[in-house]
Design a protein around this ligand. Structure first.
Ligand code: FES
Ligand code: FES
Length: 217
């Protein structure tokens, strides 16, 4: 092991050379690690918190490490894996669920913040064997390819249509104070928080338009 005094004598050039060599070998420094993994369901917690909320109509009580995100609580503790972890940083929308009817990125919020809330995931949209109209529209229009973003797209679009109905303007809304004309530009703007790496956007827009016209609210 290199003596501390010798380590401190490393030149800036030597440090840079070592970093380049490590990068070439695919060795990542801890600071450059990918998105953090979920806290394991079995991870010991010094201060576990009990959280009670309603998920897809069912009361749930979980004992969680207070650092657990809502996404990890759903996926790792309730095994509702429909909500996807794309970026874990609030950038892709794959983790979108509805809380109290409003869409949120479940990777950006802690489960303990939702005590008493009603959470709806993609698993809770369908009524028994009947698909939600938005799910059916995505199927009709092939609004997906790999499908990884699809649960988030569908949860987001269902809540988005309620926002339109409530008269919430978007960045591209031209006339405030009148009923919002749900143009393709409106749909694209309002869904811009949900990325699709397969670029199925034309069919996603068509599906949302179809569902909105068919009364998927
Ligand atoms: S996983 Fe939550 S926004 Fe990407
Ligand atoms: S369908 Fe593949 S990421 Fe959207």
């Amino acid at each position: 092991m290199m003596p501390e005094t010798e380590f401190l004598r490393l030149s800036r050039r030597e440090v840079l050379e070592a970093s380049v060599a490590a990068a070439a070998l695919g060795v990542c420094a801890p600071a450059a690690a990918a998105a953090p993994d979920a806290l394991p369901a079995s991870a010991p917690s010094v201060h576990a918190s009990e959280v009670r909320f309603i998920v897809n109509g069912t009361p749930q009580t979980l004992s969680l490490d207070p650092r657990t995100t809502l996404l990890d609580a759903l996926r790792e503790h309730l095994h509702l894996t429909g909500s996807k972890k794309g970026c874990d940083h609030g950038q892709c929308g794959a983790c979108t669920v509805m809380v109290g009817g409003q869409r949120i990125n479940s990777c950006l919020t802690l489960a303990v913040m939702h005590a008493g809330d009603e959470v709806t995931t993609i698993e809770g949209l369908a009524a028994e064997a009947d698909l939600h109209p938005m799910q059916a529209a995505f199927l009709r229009h092939d609004g997906f390819q790999c499908g990884y973003c699809t649960p988030g797209q569908i949860c987001s679009s269902v809540a988005m249509l309620k926002e339109v109905e409530a008269g919430w303007p978007s960045h591209v809304t031209e006339d405030l104070g009148i009923a919002i004309d749900l143009t393709d530009a409106e749909i694209r703007e309002r869904m811009s928080g949900n990325l699709c790496r397969c670029a199925a956007y034309p069919n996603i827009v068509a599906a949302i338009r179809d569902a909105s016209e068919g009364g998927a609210l």
